[in-house]
Design a protein around this ligand. Sequence first.
Ligand code: PLP
Length: 390
Amino acid sequence: MTESTTQGLSTRSIHGSGVKDAAGSPHVPIYNTTTFAFPSTADLLDVVDGKKAGALYTRYGLNPSIFALEETLAGLEGAEAAWAFCSGMAAETALFLTHGRDGIVCIGDAYGGTLELLATQLPLLGIKTHLILGSELDRLDELLADGPKLVFFETPTNPTLELFDIRAIAAKAHAHGARVAVDNTFASPVNQRPLELGADFVVHSATKYLGGHSDLTAGAIMGAKDLLLPIWNWRKNLGSMIAPETASLLSRSLRTLVVRVRQQNASALAVAEAMARHPKVRRVFYPGLPDFAGHGLAKAQMHGFGGMLTIEVAGGGEDATRVADRLRLFALAPSLGGAESLVTQPCTTTHHGLTPEERARRGISDAMLRLSIGLEDAEDLIADLEQALQ
Ligand SMILES: *Cc1c(COP(=O)(O)O)cnc(C)c1O
């Protein structure tokens, strides 16, 4: 990896695995096998004892299709190492169980599954978790003084696209001897590389932008090797390994990650600007708009503003539902990051489980629609929104 980290992101996404296939294949084929044979017991022991790198058993991650994927994933985030998982939640679970046992502070809104894991499931194991909103960031010092050794957050968040200053939070956490993990799913490494800003871990739902085609479920963790090694054992025994077929499909997707995300950035900005001018739209939440609260921070810590935006339609929740139901190109579905544009109304899907009061406390109104901008022509997406808003 030392050579490839000096190359550009596009080059790394295509040549990152550095693998030269014996048969001349330009990429690693699918090793859809569970186990690998050795010429002798001595050779087998070398791999079992970690003296030699090599394929051994797929659930351990010791499979060439998975090695190739992980090298590319590490390169994309500028990390020493990366582990692939069968889902984003599997990646988060392994991270929390490895590095969060002294307590976890979660800042801001997070993915529904993450919040459920932190608020209700990890406490069953005796793990203390603290969930604070962005408006309560001044409590971070006081909470960290109490012993949690992991700070976790998303930036930008779902669905209000709130941004957090990775560098500032990392400095504060490190002063208390805590590590910082950023869920970089929304931004993707094309638009934001948290490790370069001082974070210790990056986690991804590779189901979203990294996969990019709404056709695979996977996750990843990137970071320094010494911090990742203990996670490897948890992944092995939780059994949350990515399948070789999925690893191969994800490696395929990563070769087009940069062009996909850059196109989605450009289309999302065009849609955001059109929506900001529309009389039936009250507010647009998009880091690329100059009057958006997080715009300055986005310019400072991101390389692109992303493909996700949220609009608040004039009227109330029922008006937003009508707009969502009238959209033709935007499919009504949770998830994000695919080639197909998607729309969700947070109060009916991602944040349906919260009480109206809790949604209000988080700044989530019933009139919000979250848009994941795909790879269709931006003019067609804007026309679809305009006919639905009519
Ligand atoms: C989807 C998502 C997850 C969970 O990922 P899965 O692959 O569905 O397990 C975690 N974080 C964010 C920000 C997500 O969007």
